[in-house]
Design a protein around this ligand. Structure first.
Ligand code: IPE
Ligand code: IPE
Ligand code: MG
Length: 245
């Protein structure tokens, strides 16, 4: 394993970038005969715990799928609960994350959020931009297809303006036009709740990512589960199209 994508901590080979699809909040609540919103509130607590665990494990980048482009189609009361949860999280949590040395980034289409949320997102990114202990990225109103289309559009516009030649459009330039321009590709992607699909998350970026699927519902996910996934990652043989060597 090359050291640029992983570091050794004790017996663990720790991936540089872990992406997580936090799924199963609704089913967790239903198991308890509670409204789905309870599951989302419980899921937010777990987000805190996993960020703490990421700091302890010395993971460089943690990227969370918080809300997809398609999630806007959920019932209006669930969407507004999630937006309120996000608002309160940003109001309360950003300073604490800053104190822990976390750099926050948000990826996705911000146009659908109210002005106050957009301002909170910008403030969080500005406040934490010098931090280096852990890079936390939260995907909000994010869709991988939309991201790819908007990158293509930006490059097409640059070509029409004459800023770049069509021949100059390559993978490096394309990557630089994605929301994730400043992030390395994820080494490990974890999805909770037993679903085995990407649901439009990081379509371009996961070309060579290792996937770990767990049946654990997100509100039950813990630092130990993260460690187990990291251990599983360490046992994988990444070949990137090469041969076993
Ligand atoms: C993930 O949990 C959180 C969001 C998508 C916002 P779900 O709300 O998808 O929970 P399930 O999949 O219905 O159990
Ligand atoms: C993906 O989960 C989005 C997030 C976890 C934020 P969904 O619950 O929306 O995905 P599907 O509908 O099961 O594919
Ligand atoms: Mg779900």
């Amino acid at each position: 394993m090359s050291t640029d994508v992983a570091t050794e901590i004790g017996d663990l080979t720790v991936p540089q970038h872990v992406a997580i699809i936090m799924d199963g909040n609704g089913r967790w609540a239903r198991q308890r005969m509670r409204p789905r919103t309870m599951g989302h509130a419980a899921g937010l607590e777990v987000l805190r715990e996993i960020i703490r665990a990421g700091l302890e494990l010395n993971i460089g980048f943690l990227t969370f799928f918080g809300f997809s482009t398609e999630n806007w189609n959920r019932p209006a009361d669930e969407v507004s609960f999630l937006i309120d949860l996000l608002r309160r999280y940003l109001q309360r949590e950003v300073v604490k994350l800053h104190e822990q040395g976390v750099r926050l980034r948000f990826i996705g289409n911000r146009d659908r959020f109210d002005d106050d949320i957009r301002a909170l997102l910008v403030n969080a990114e500005q406040l934490t931009r010098q931090n280096t202990a852990l890079n936390v990225t939260i995907a909000l109103s994010y869709g991988g297809r939309e991201e790819i289309v908007s990158a293509a559009r930006r490059l097409a516009e640059a070509a029409v303006r004459g800023d770049i030649a069509v021949d100059e459009i390559d993978e490096t330039r394309f990557e630089a036009a994605l929301f994730t321009a400043s992030l390395p590709a994820p080494d490990l992607l974890i999805r909770t709740s037993g679903e085995k699909r990407l649901s439009n998350f990081l379509l371009w970026q996961t070309a060579y990512t290792e996937f770990v699927f767990t049946d654990v519902l997100w509100p039950d996910f813990s630092a130990e589960h993260l460690q187990q996934a990291v251990a599983e990652f360490g046992s994988r043989d990444r070949r990137f199209g090469g041969i076993i060597g």
